[in-house]
Design a binder for this molecule. Sequence first.
Ligand code: IMP
Length: 424
Amino acid sequence: MASILVLGCMWGDEGKAKIVDYLALSADYVVRFQGGSNAGHTIVSGGRKYVLHTIPSGILYPKTKCLIGAGVLIEPPAVIEEIKTLEKAGISFKNRLLIDFRAGIVLPVHKQIDLEIETGRRGIKIGTTRKGIGPAYSDLSARFGIRIEDLADPINLRERIKLLYNYHRIRITKQNLEQQVEDLQKNWRYLKKYVGDVEILLNEIAAKQEKNILFEGAQGTLLDLNFGTYPFVTSSRVMTDGVGIGTGFSARRLNKVFGVYKAYTTRVGSGPFPTEILDETADYIRKTGNEYGSTTGRPRRIGWFDAVAGKFSARINALDNAVLTCLDVLTGIEKLKICRGYRYNGKIHRSPDLDNSRIILSQPVYETFEGWDTNISNCKNINKLPWNARLYIEAIEDYIQIPISLISVGKERQQTIKIKAHKR
Ligand code: IMP
């Protein structure tokens, strides 16, 4: 058996889904362990584009089983819609999807609260996806949350919804309450065939039968609830250890952890972004890389590769290998920069150990690299890449101290360069 994890190492949107899709060829199971419909995983296969939000990317391989762990949030109507859309595209779900009965539910009230925060009526604006993720996770932590197992019994469900509204001191009319119970019961009738025990399946069946298990991260390490740029983070555990928390399959059992980095950096939403660029180079990268949110359509903020954050992420995730995506997007840019320190008050910080107010005032310390202008999108071998591209890759590898084993040079599965294992 091999159990591998693919996770994002920056602020999300690193191109994980393409890498999961590439590696999923030999996976028996693809497993989501955190996040919910805030994720937008785009895969281009056979010239067709699929955007997945809660369903694991392995669904595109007909024999791969897809599991959704206890740490994932389910918005029932959105998941049903996603399943139906994929079925319409010819993808079968028969015996292929299992959602852990412990997974939490996003209710309309969570979206309402998220929206109130984002429109400035409560608390700090984070620039969330407005999918109700923060409020739903915090209700689960406060023990007022509702889990998918609660949908089975309408009497219990009604009580739980009432309690939840009461906890938030939000009035709910009898009619609204009955409507929500009815809608969720309808959702339950559709989803119940997919609900079961993912923990048992992973530990007692998949692992014992030596199956290949691929864990698919959503968002990125710098959005992790504890280790990200708090409070401008998502509300789940995005790091390697999130696998155990979100599925019951301990991260100690992982054989390999792949960390995905984009060849530059992007971020959506508010929060510190030390290497952000605001000139025409950013517009060029945004346009060439189609850097718009898959879930919200928002233009992504663009920055140079941030090796300070990248190294931190490699360390806390105990990466075995790194993957570099979107290298092709940088083609045609004359000079490239990599940030290798944050200068604050005369001191250079090599780890993101500054609080937000100081990070905003810090200056990135850059190293500049010559760019390349030959089209690399059909390149299959690292030795065939332009010399300057190779120097750029080597510099990233050197900074993050992790060997790069895959490089993506385009959206299609086959536009991937595999690098033979090498010792650093
Ligand atoms: P939330 O996860 O919707 O609560 O949003 C919290 C922060 O995480 C915001 O800055 C979002 O833009 C960001 N975020 C959430 N999901 C993603 C994602 O899939 N890619 C990139 N950023 C994300």
